[in-house]
Design a protein around this ligand. Sequence first.
Ligand code: T4K
Length: 383
Amino acid sequence: MLSPFENPIYVTRPLLPDLENVSGKLEEIWESKQVTNNGKQLTLLSKQLQEYLQAQHLSIFNNGTLALLLGLKALGLKGEVITTPFTFPATVQALDWNQLTPVFCDIDRKTLNIDANKIESLITENTSAILAVHVFGNPCETEKIQNIADKYGLKVIYDGAHAFGAKIGGNPISSYGDMTMFSFHATKLFNTVEGGALTFRDGELVRKLDLLKNFGLLNGEEVVLSGLNAKMNEIQAGIGLEVLKIVEEERKKRHRIKKTYEQHLAGIPGIRIITNLENEQSSYQYFVIEIDKNKFGRSRDWLQKKLTEYNVFTRKYFYPLCSEFDWYTHLESAQGKNLPVANKSVEQVLSLPFYGELELDSVTKICRIFQELHITQETVTQL
Ligand code: T4K
């Protein structure tokens, strides 16, 4: 048996800038005495992110969940929203807080994104929008989704929590749909410790979102909307400015790690790498595989547990399916029979360690552990 790693290897580690640079930023902020509520750092970060993401409009929030929640509110959606069950709880919780009913659509076998071919049959007179997720940073089939939305007059919102810098045929991911949410949580490729943003087409929404994230407060005197507090502070924004400087380097490192995994996992039976479609560029947010128990010889859950003995800590993103939450069991679209692909995939997915600091030797060793744990078909039949 290969020896365990000396130190734990986690699914991810935050991309942190040099402490010296952060201290410099902190000094600047301290001196200004403006520590939140639209200070200089936030203004600068908004400008730089708008350029980086090539967004028409951009608004920053204190996390991705509140960005999405308030984005949906700003769009004034009502009734039902077609979405995916294979996502982080935040996606559907943002619908719940807006009194919107999710209608779950099954997912695509290859990318695990919403299956664009199955959306149309779920549209009713109550449908107001499609909320799709660029799962693991691999883009959705945006053209198909837009065609359906145009035919029925629906809004399209993308949860792009994982999709920072993803592209389709060279076009930035923010250029698709009416609105895209990005998460800047510590575990994300680009982070502000906690944080998030919306990019969107409609310039009218700028003012509305500014109000919604600041209690609906206008000029300090009038309260014109029922909002909440979803502002990013200056320390987070300052850290974000430093992280933005090193994000491209991180992406390159992740590219090398991905290639190493692909090279060494190839040929192990029962392992499928979740990847983007042709002509699309992933953000390199996660590296995810599916384990086919019959071919690999062991189940995903067995493998995940076994890996901890080697000091390797993987995650089952996104287990359980959102359609399994107690408060959705009455929905017809949440029934297992209507979501066969999602129900199968959720039992097979495993997110492997993936972050720039992870050494290529460690990646190779993780793959060798997989080789060691895989058992041949002959052995399976003898068990
Ligand atoms: N939509 C989608 C599709 C999402 O995936 C998410 C968030 C959202 C919306 C909402 O966006 P935010 O409101 O969060 O901006 C993490 C994140 O908290 C969450 O942001 C993320 N998705 C989700 C996929 O992952 P956990 O509970 O798995 O994180 P945690 O704390 O177990 O961290 C994972 C590993 O990362 C740890 O084992 C070690 C490492 N780690 C983590 C943190 C926080 C560190 O090394 N240092 C750290 O500070 O949820």
